[in-house]
Every structure is written in C-alpha cells, then in structure tokens.
Design a protein around this ligand. Structure first.
Ligand SMILES: Nc1ncnc2c1ncn2[C@@H]1O[C@H](COP(=O)(O)OP(=O)(O)OP(=O)(O)O)[C@@H](O)[C@H]1O
Ligand SMILES: C[C@@](O)(CCOP(=O)(O)OP(=O)(O)O)CC(=O)O
Length: 403
C-alpha cells in the first residue's frame, strides 16, 4: 500500500502596503493591491502534513494538536476543494495517476508562534496548507497559481507563497483569476532587510481582520480616498524603492501606510482600535531614532508597521538592529533574555540604551512584560517541501502528538 503524504512549511509575511477591504467577500478579492516582506521560516513558520487515503471517512484538520471543524462552504473547505479540483484535472489528463482526488485527506498543522494573535498565522497557515496539498497531488502549479487558492483561505496568505518582497495585485476580473501574488524581488536581492517583532500581546484579538475590514468598507469615507488616490502610487513607489534598495523611501512609505491603515480603522463606525499605548510609544521611539539620524544629515534607519493588533514590526537594515533592540529594551525591560539568532550581542547580553542625541523624554519607561518578547528575524524564502521524517501524522493517520 502506498503512502500518499506530503509535508511543507510556509512563512509569515508582514505588509508594508496594507490589504484592508474586500470587494468580494466569498472569493476574497481586495479593494486595493498590497505588498509585503516574507519573513524567515527559520524563526516563524507553519508546518503542515497532508495525507490522502481511501480509508479516511471525511476530510479532517488538526491545528496545534486540536481538531478544527472543516465547515461546509467555509474557507478551509474551499481551499481543499480547489486543490482536489486541480488534482482531478491532472488525473483526467494522466489516467495512470492514482485517483487521490477521490480520497479524503487528513491535515495536521503546527505554528511555532501564537495563533490568531496578529502575527499573521492565517497567512503562513493557509500557505502551508496549499503547498502541502500541491505537493501531495504533484500539481505542476506555479507559486502565483497556488496564491489564487491560498487567497481564498485568507487574503494575506496569497503573499506567503513566495519569498522576498511580494505584491498582491488586486486584479479586475469578477471571478478573481487575476487577483494573485507576484514576486517583486527575491530575498537575495535585498537580504539586508531585517525585522524586529515586538510582541505586545499574544492574546486572541478583539475585532478579527475579516469583520473589521468589512465594517470599514461599509462605513468609512476615508477608505475610498485611500483606495482611489493613495495606494496605487504607493505600490509603484515602494516597488521602485525595493528595486533600488532605497531604504529611506521604503521606510517612509511603510510607516505612512501603517498610519493610514490605522486611520481608516478609526474612521470606521463604530471605530476600531488595534494599537495601544505600548504600540504608540514604539512609534514615538522609532520617530525619535530616525530624527536623530536625519538631523545629523543621515537617512531613515527604521520603519514601524502594525497589523490588526498592538504588536509592532520594525523593519531596518541589519546594521541598525542592535541599536533598535537596545532602545526598545531601555523603555520596555524584558523578563527573558533576548534570543540573539544573529549573534549581535556576543556573550554580554543586551544592555538598554539610546543613541547619542536621543531625547529620552519622548517616552516613559514601562513595566517588565509590557513588551512580552522580541523576535529578531529577516526577509526569507518561500514555502519549503520537507522530508517524510518531518511528517506530523502517525501511521494511523492521526497527529503524532495524539499518539
Ligand atoms: N497552520 C494553520 N493551518 C490552517 N489554518 C490556520 C493555521 N494557522 C492559523 N490558521 C487559521 O487562521 C486563523 C487565525 O487567523 P486570524 O486572521 O484571526 O489571525 P492572524 O492571522 O494571527 O492575524 P492577522 O492575519 O490579522 O495578522 C485560525 O483561527 C485558523 O483558522
Ligand atoms: C492588517 C492585515 O494584516 C490584514 C490581513 O487580513 P487577513 O488576510 O487576515 O483577512 P482575511 O482575508 O479576511 O482572512 C494587512 C495585510 O496583511 O495586508
């Protein structure tokens, strides 16, 4: 008996130009294009194993060891059905292929970071799901073609099918066939882009992205201005900045777009607040850090961005990360030692501090635990296919963790 199984991992992505608003909620078609940086899977990833077997009585999925219901007509069911449809096309063309499209699947997934906490778990999760099924089904599909399916799981997931710098082109077709991700540049083009994630809260958030953005589209006049007059130019400008490795422009646009995204949330009725006092303090620190550089005749050295939650992501060239960590730790003392994956601090550990000329009065010091943790990562590659030994399902088709 053959074992039909595949395992893949996929990265998180954090947008510089934010996706916020749908023109079609079922197909997940956005009201504007968006652009993100794919983060390194060595640090943050979803890993998913899919198995097809004639003995399985229904499609089942386990997420972090717990079974998740696959609701009829829901996003998971749609993605699985789309992947089976593509497999069926292949089987119709190659009659010798095993009829995997007619078998049920068991899917087991694990995120190595908090789920549903504004750390883009739905993005890496649906990308890993689609990649593992595409591998199981031996589909000859390109990353852009697979992005069409992942998009129907969660919009931002379509950008996690590629590494580097990725645009989601909103498209114009009512059936969504041109609403897909394309790679603006691979990670190798600009490997120097690093990211520091400040985990402010790892709780499940109050207003989901899905319901929040729908309310914005229905009630915010400001979002119409953003869609028509702001995002198209920003998409062109930031893509050019990436091609030229122009961090100053990249940083300026990234911060402006995060600000406008949170402005349209505030313009929603009733208003949506994703940032808190800690988030706003991180903005003040990055602004002051950049001011010191610019007033000395230099350029912007860091860019903050916030998704639908209070966690900050700070993008910066690698050489600045040490100063940024010291600055954050100065204002947000840490309970646990900084995990230093790039060896910036040697054996001494992090001492809080600020650069010379920094106005320390821009913020007050917070209590330990206000920023719960710092994750240093960088631009990364696209989904990876893993070996059989990394499979998450046991011989009986149930998660190994349940054995
Ligand atoms: N590994 C995974 N495999 C399949 N689905 C997943 C996986 N991880 C997360 N999801 C789905 O994504 C949901 C969480 O998405 P949600 O948008 O609420 O949070 P988030 O992605 O962390 O935040 P955001 O997208 O706003 O940054 C989970 O409840 C689950 O349905
Ligand atoms: C703020 C964002 O992170 C919103 C992400 O929204 P989701 O992709 O989670 O929404 P759905 O398509 O409804 O699943 C911005 C972004 O990633 O571009």
């Amino acid at each position: 008996m053959s074992l039909y199984q595949a395992t893949a991992s996929a990265p998180v992505n954090i947008a510089c130009i934010k996706y916020w608003g749908k023109r079609d909620t079922k197909l997940i078609l956005p009201t504007n294009s968006s652009l993100s940086v794919t983060l390194d899977q060595d640090h943050l990833r979803s890993t998913t194993t899919s198995r097809a077997d004639p003995s399985f009585t229904k499609d089942r999925l386990w997420l972090n060891g717990k079974e998740d219901e696959i609701k009829d007509g829901g996003r998971l069911a749609t993605c699985i059905a789309e992947m089976k449809r593509m497999r069926k096309e292949l089987e119709d063309k190659s009659p010798n292929e095993p009829k995997l499209s007619s078998y049920n699947v068991h899917i087991c997934s694990h995120n190595n970071f908090p789920t549903a906490a504004g750390l883009a778990s739905s993005a890496s999760g649906f990308a890993a799901l689609v990649k593992s099924l595409a591998t199981l089904y031996a589909l000859p599909a390109s990353p852009s073609e697979l992005s069409l399916i992942a998009r129907q799981g969660s919009g931002s997931a379509c950008r996690s099918l590629m590494g580097g710098f990725v645009a989601w082109e909103q498209g114009t077709s009512p059936n969504g066939s041109d609403s897909l991700a394309i790679q603006v540049a691979p990670r190798e083009h600009w490997e120097d882009i690093h990211a520091l994630i400040c985990v402010v809260s790892d709780d499940k958030k109050g207003t989901s992205s899905t319901s929040g953005m729908q309310r914005t589209v229905e009630t915010s006049p400001l979002i119409q201005h953003r869609i028509r007059n702001v995002v198209p130019q920003r998409m062109r400008d930031i893509s050019e900045a990436i091609q030229k490795k122009d961090f100053d422009t990249f940083a300026r646009i990234t911060m402006q777009d995060s600000n406008q995204f949170h402005a349209v949330c505030l313009d929603t009725d009733p208003p949506i607040f994703y940032m808190n006092d800690v988030s706003r303090t991180i903005i003040a620190l990055v602004v002051e850090y950049n001011r010191v550089s610019v007033e000395a005749g230099g350029k912007l050295k860091a860019a903050y961005t916030f998704d639908a939650g209070p966690n900050a992501v700070i993008y910066a060239p690698k050489e600045n990360i040490r100063e940024i960590v010291e600055m954050i730790v100065n204002y947000f003392p840490q309970a646990d030692p900084f995990k230093d994956p790039f060896g910036l601090f040697g054996t001494t550990g992090v001492q809080g501090g600020v650069v010379s000329g920094f106005n320390t009065a821009v913020a007050k010091q917070f209590a330990v635990g206000s920023v719960k943790g710092l994750i240093h990562t960088r631009v990364g590659d696209g989904p990876r296919v893993l070996g059989a030994e990394e499979g998450l399902l046991g011989p009986n088709g149930l998660p190994k963790t349940l054995l």
